[in-house]
Structure formats: C-alpha cells, structure tokens
Write a protein that binds this ligand. Structure first.
Ligand code: BES
Ligand code: MN
Ligand code: ZN
Length: 483
C-alpha cells in the first residue's frame, strides 16, 4: 500500500506517532515534554540515527529523533533521520513529523528527503506472501510553518516520485526469476512507459538478430526464455541535452556453462537485472518531475542459462558495432549484452551515455556493499555522476580506466576476449565496455556490491536496494551538457 502524504500546519489528531527532531545541542522542543537531562538519562543524546519512544498514557506516541549537530544538518541527514523515525514508529500507521520544518535545509529539499526516508524505510516486499500486510505506515503528515508550506508541498511531491521509483526498482529486483523473465520485464516496461507517457519499443530475438546484436542473442542462446530489448524515450519540449542510459537486465544469472556454485551469492542472481530496473524506474519518473533533458533508456533483458544450445567457451560473437568477441567465461555475460546497448546508444550521438549494471564480484571485493564503482572515458561526466550519488546518498567511488590493462583482453582469434585475468576485474570489464562507446562521453556504474542488503539499515531495507534509481534521476534532471 502506498503512503498518503500531506503537508499541514499542526499535527493531525489522527496521528499515532509524532517524530520530534532533537539535536545534540540547542533547545529540546517543548512538545516532547522532557528536559535534555531526562533524555540523556534515558540514553538519548540526539545523535544521528538515535530515537527514543516516549511512552504516553493517551494520544500519539512521541518519538525523539536524533538529528546530530543542528548546524551540520543536510538533506542526507534528514533522509536518514526520517528513516530512523519510521523504523522507531514500529507498526503505527499514521505518522507525523516536523523534520521538514528545521532551519538550515530549504523546505523543498527537506520535504523531499523526509518523504524519501520514511517511504524507503517503510518498504516491504509482499509480492508472494499470503499475508499482504506489508508496509506499516500508511500516511505521513509533514508539519511545517506556513512560510515553508509551498516549498514543502513541492518537495513532498518530488520525494513521492523519486521514492516511488526506487520502490519500483526494488520490487522488480526482489521478484523471483520465474516471475520476472525478459518477456515479463518488457511487458512491465511497456505498462510503466504507457502510464508515464514515454515512448517505448520492444525488440524480440529475431529483430535483435537482424540488428546484429550478437551479444544479447549469444547470452540468450542457452535459454528457453527469449530475450527482449526495450528502448524507452523521454523527449521534453526544448530539451537541453540528450542522455542515453543502458541497464543490465539479466533476469537470472546462472553463469551459463561456466556455472556458478550453489551458494548465497548465486541465489541473489535474480537481482542481476537491477541495472535495467533502475533505468526503467528512472525513465518512468522523468515526466512527473518535468526533467528538461531528453533521455533514452535501453533495457537489455535475458537470462543466462546452461543447456545444449548455450554459448560455449571459444565461441566468437559479433556485436552490434561489428567487433568480435571470443568467449572465455560464459559468466562474464553482462558486458556482452551491454556492448550491444552501448553500441546502439552511441549511434544516436548523445551528449552522454551512462550504463548501470551488477557487473563484477570484483567491485564488491574492492568497495564493499555501500558504494558503487564508477569508471568512464570523460571526467566531467564521472564528476556529475558522483555528485548526483552524493546528493542522493548513493555513494560511488571512481576506479581508473587503466589502458595498460587492455592487453589482458587480447584474443588470438577475435578482436577481444570477454574476460581479463584474475586481477582488476572491475577495470578489465570496463575496458571491455569502452570498446563499444565510440568515444561518446560515457560513465559506467558497477553496482554489483550495492544491489542488495542483508538486513534493514536506515532507509535501506533488506533485499534489493533500488540503488542507482534516485542517483540517475538526480543526474539527468540536473544534467548539463559539456563540450
Ligand atoms: N552478475 C555477476 C556479477 C555479480 C556478482 C553481481 C556478485 C552481484 C553480486 C556477473 O555476471 C558475473 O558473473 N561476473 C563475473 C565475471 C568474471 C567471470 C570475469 C564475476 O564477477 O565473477
Ligand atoms: Mn555472470
Ligand atoms: Zn551477471
């Protein structure tokens, strides 16, 4: 059930939990009815992430929500504080808070962040449970002074759109592979595009073959499920630039004949379409946000299966841009499907291309599960991607596109092979992708590490994270073409 959001002047009488912001210094709001000494005695100092539920004989539960040092408050801090409030509210359905009313953060950004924090912390995946209770909170009232009402309303609307998009990406990635095949994902894309007023085209296996997309057709060779490529287009009047987004949509990555071991990591490979989910959710959000940049999205959808017809080691594929690739590991499938997407994207000569994908286990080893790797051929674009990730609290870290490692991809029989050696796997995967960008300014986001969480934490919830969705929305809505 989705969250009903309203911006009000006073706490609604229906509220079941009221989040009262408290800093590590400064006055404690009178509404809490407790002194700072009393809060401290109960172990609550106002630090970020701290909450204290104040028992009440009647009326709503008052929840002190730590915001840290008031002067240091940011939108990211507010998003996290709002998430802590939502978690502390437990099963209560009607929430109210004045978190968006604090000085120091403008009302638009504050309301957006608070709505995002509550919505994302409140997320539950109930798709296949008989108990559809799901998310505990059903309403959120943002209590703000009248001078902040107009801004807060705008921010709340934006936050509902961005958090709704991230929720959609989570739902798609949490869905088991039999319920999220390439055909189903493409059908979903058509449904979402139609509702949002986007252009949408779906390409089937014969069409992909005819277009010379040997990468996606090759990866699909072992499957009984046909592949799909979806092209989504958002073209505003008087567009100020054009960005192409390409998402890896591997609906299940068994590894192919280079079969993965049956471990926990393998079991999460239903989420190997998280990049495509982020691109789809991003495009779906752009009309409502009035984005001024034209955006084209490519969803490259197939599963990666072993069978008698599967891709073999030593096979050579010819990609959309004519380059040939010798297969040395069928588990390095993401780069093969992205190659076709990037080749097609580059043909339209956009101002920039960004791909997002769960590409390498190596990025998880290098950067862990809290930041994605970013590489590319254009520093100005990489900087814009990283700045967007900082604003949305979806952190990134840049790795070098080290050309000295390109020779690791050399092949005896084709233009390149699909894997490098055992070292620098994220970099060699990126050098592979670079062969298909035709010098269009390009950034690559490897989100293999950030695609899922093992438990709830702040606005992140157990399971698929929806990583990259809000980052991409922020990036394209603020995109400035460069020369
Ligand atoms: N989908 C995986 C990468 C992945 C690993 C995503 C862990 C999320 C969590 C990708 O297709 C893959 O299998 N990559 C291989 C590449 C290798 C064969 C060069 C890897 O990282 O092991
Ligand atoms: Mn793989
Ligand atoms: Zn994969």
């Amino acid at each position: 059930m989705s969250l009903t959001i309203e911006v009000v002047r006073t706490v609604p009488t229906t509220a079941a939990a009221v989040g009262v912001p408290v800093g590590t210094s400064g006055a404690v709001p009178k509404s809490l009815g407790l002194s700072r000494a009393a809060l401290t005695a109960n172990g609550f100092e106002g630090k970020p992430g701290q909450t204290l539920v104040v028992p009440a004989a009647d009326g709503p539960a008052l929840i002190a929500v730590g915001i840290g040092k008031p002067a240091d408050l940011t939108e990211n801090g507010l998003r996290s504080a709002a998430a802590s409030f939502a978690r502390a509210a437990g099963k209560r359905a009607a929430l109210a808070t004045s978190l968006a009313d604090l000085d120091g953060v403008d009302p638009v950004g504050a309301a957006k962040a608070v709505v995002e924090g509550v919505t994302l912390a409140n997320y539950r995946f109930v798709g296949l449970k008989n108990d559809k209770t799901g998310s505990p909170a059903t309403s959120l009232a943002l209590v703000v002074r009248s001078a902040r009402t107009a801004g807060a309303k705008r921010g709340a609307e934006q936050g509902a759109v961005t958090a709704g998009a991230a929720t959609l990406a989570r739902d798609l990635a949490n869905t088991p592979p039999a319920y999220m095949t390439a055909r189903i994902l493409a059908d979903k894309a058509v449904e979402i595009a139609t509702a949002a007023g986007l252009g949408v085209e779906v390409f089937n296996k014969d069409q992909l073959q005819a277009m010379g997309c040997g990468g996606i057709v090759g990866v699909n060779a072992g499957s009984t499920e046909p592949p799909r490529m979806v092209r989504l287009t958002y073209i505003p009047a008087n567009a100020t630039g054009h960005v192409v987004l390409v998402g890896k949509g591997v609906t299940y990555d068994s590894g192919g004949i280079s079969l993965k071991p049956s471990d926990a990591s393998h079991a999460s490979m239903k989420m190997d379409m998280s990049g495509a989910a982020a691109v789809l959710a991003t495009l779906g959000a752009l009309p409502a946000l009035g984005c001024a940049t034209a955006v084209t999205g490519y969803l490259m959808c197939t599963d990666n299966m072993p069978s008698g017809s599967a891709l073999k080691l030593g096979d050579v594929l010819t990609m959309r841009n004519g380059k040939t690739v010798e297969i040395h590991n069928t588990d390095a499938e993401g780069r093969l499907i992205l190659a076709d997407g990037l080749s097609l994207g580059a043909e339209s000569k956009p101002d920039a291309m960004v791909d997002i994908c769960t590409l390498t286990g190596a990025v998880l080893s290098a950067l862990g599960d809290r930041m994605a790797g970013v590489l590319g051929n254009n520093q100005a674009l990489i900087d814009q991607v990283r700045a967007a990730g900082t604003r949305t609290d979806e952190p990134t870290w840049q790795l070098p596109l080290a050309k000295e490692y390109r020779k690791l991809l050399d092949s005896h029989v084709a233009d390149m092979r699909n894997i490098g050696g055992p070292l620098a796997g994220t970099i060699t995967a990126s050098l592979f992708l670079d062969e298909f960008t035709n010098d269009v300014p390009w950034a690559h986001i490897d989100m293999a590490g950030t695609m899922k969480m093992d438990g709830d934490e702040g606005w992140l919830a157990k399971g698929a994270t929806g990583y990259g969705t809000r980052l991409l929305i922020d990036l394209v809505t603020k995109f400035t073409p460069f020369s």
